[in-house]
Design a protein around this ligand. Structure first.
Ligand code: HAM
Length: 424
């Protein structure tokens, strides 16, 4: 086969027929779960202001400093959104949602963009679905976001996931912790990896996230955030843990879990799966009580999470979980000759208006070739239309599964097909 002249960018993929049905099935599950938990959908633009993302996500994060897709047009600076929490915080502020009354429970599904090094489970264009609860500082809201995440994973049937949980405290707690970390790492700087030495100067918390071998002994000995939590953050965390226990949701406390985005405070969590390989995070999230204020909105506590949809689909594939079979047409109209094709014009309309999924031949092929095409499309029935059938106004309806034929008028066809159950 000749090499195509144009192809998708590195780390960006077409989602083709056969695959797209799995996405649709996943999206339907997400929407059903959102309904069960009473979340409303929000759709924000793919392009956001550069300033929003760098302030919201954090200038020193990998996402903003290394992975952003951006361009300028006139005086405007655009970025392709790398995530959707900062955009939701912007929308909340822009549309004065704090004045809509009550707590806002939102969810989104859509593409995000990060210029990372592509590998299995890590794309440059990927898809997230996420939920955000805005306007509550109660640990019950944290529980609800985690419950939503766990509910979806259970509905999909993905076993063996691990929920890692931490509290990274309030900003004041974190400031004290940061100073303690700096004081601890500074004299041991020479033993750190180059990446971590760089992080020490900018945000020592990030060192805890390091995957570098040489950093691990130092990280294992470093002070833990748990010792620096203030009374309020501690109470909040204890209550969340007791709610999780009551909900029967298992978790592992991980004081090293800091997450790669700057807006978090208090709760931080991640859900991993051993069925994913090195990119093992299915979902992650946490509380971000200062973000909305940071992007110019009213002081609004909030919590949420996002899951990577490609990773959910990879996990399903690895585990043999079947999602969304390709749709099959109810009927394939086999037309023999020009008279039959002209007749098909109005017949197609009538049959589709009767609620059937109908397709036909577009290449003026022989009957044998059309039957083969009907088989390829996995049509439930075929209807053969030739000059004889037109004269008699009776058509041969063939049940492809049962290899049964019946002669019917056009008016009888929809009823007959509908009365025949779809094989599973
Ligand atoms: P995040 O941890 O950056 O959090 O991303 C959430 C999930 O998106 C990850 O656990 C992973 O499954 C998926 N993901 C991230 N990057 C990629 C990639 N390059 N390719 C494939 N999948 C990827 C956030 O984005 C936060 N906004 C989550 C949140 C919502 N926090 C509060 N509310």
């Amino acid at each position: 086969m000749a090499q195509p002249t144009y192809r998708t960018h590195h780390g960006m993929h077409d989602i083709l027929p056969g695959e797209v049905e799995k996405w649709q099935a996943l999206e339907t599950m997400i929407r059903t779960a959102a309904r069960t938990f009473h979340f409303s959908e929000i759709r924000t633009p793919i392009l956001e202001m550069t300033e929003l993302i760098s302030r919201g996500v954090g200038q020193d994060t990998d996402i903003v400093s290394k992975e952003i897709f951006s361009f300028d047009r006139g005086d405007d600076h655009y970025v392709l959104r790398p995530e959707c929490t900062a955009p939701v915080a912007r929308a909340y502020t822009e549309h004065h949602m704090d004045q809509w009354g009550g707590t806002r429970k939102l969810f989104y599904i859509g593409p995000m963009f990060r210029a990372e090094r592509p590998q299995k489970g890590r794309q440059r264009q990927f898809h997230q679905f996420g939920v955000e609860i805005l306007g509550s500082d109660d640990p019950m809201a944290d529980l609800e976001t985690i419950s939503f995440m766990v509910h979806l994973i259970e509905t999909l049937g993905i076993p063996r996931t691990t929920l890692r949980l931490n509290s990274i405290g309030d900003p004041e707690d974190r400031q004290r912790y940061l100073s303690a970390l700096e004081a601890w790492f500074e004299p041991r700087k020479a033993d750190l990896s180059e990446i971590s030495r760089d992080r020490l100067g900018r945000n020592a918390l990030r060192i805890l996230d390091s995957k570098e071998e040489e950093d691990q002994p130092l990280i294992a000995e470093a002070p833990r955030i748990t010792e620096f939590l203030g009374e309020e953050a501690k109470n909040h965390f204890v209550r969340l843990c007791s709610y999780l226990d009551l909900a029967g949701i298992k978790y592992e406390l991980d004081p090293l879990l800091v997450r790669g985005l700057d807006y978090y405070s208090r709760t931080a969590f991640e859900l991993t799966s051993p069925d994913l390989g090195s990119q093992d995070a299915l979902a992650g999230g946490g509380r971000y009580d200062r973000l909305i204020e940071d992007v110019g909105g009213p002081s609004t506590p909030a919590v949420g999470f996002a899951a990577g949809m490609e990773r959910l689909l990879i996990a399903c594939e690895e585990l043999g979980i079947e999602l969304g079979k390709p749709a099959r047409p109810d009927l394939y109209l086999v037309t023999l000759g020009e008279e039959a094709r002209s007749w098909a014009v109005s017949a197609l309309k009538k049959l589709r208006n009767a609620g059937l999924s109908v397709t036909t031949d577009y290449s003026v092929r022989s009957m044998k070739a059309q039957m083969k095409d009907a088989n390829r499309e996995n049509a439930r029935f075929t209807l053969i239309v030739g000059s004889e059938e037109l004269k008699e106004n009776r058509f041969t309806l063939r049940n492809m599964q049962e290899s049964e034929e019946q002669s019917l008028s056009l008016e009888e066809i929809a009823g007959k097909i509908r009365s025949t159950s779809v094989p599973t």
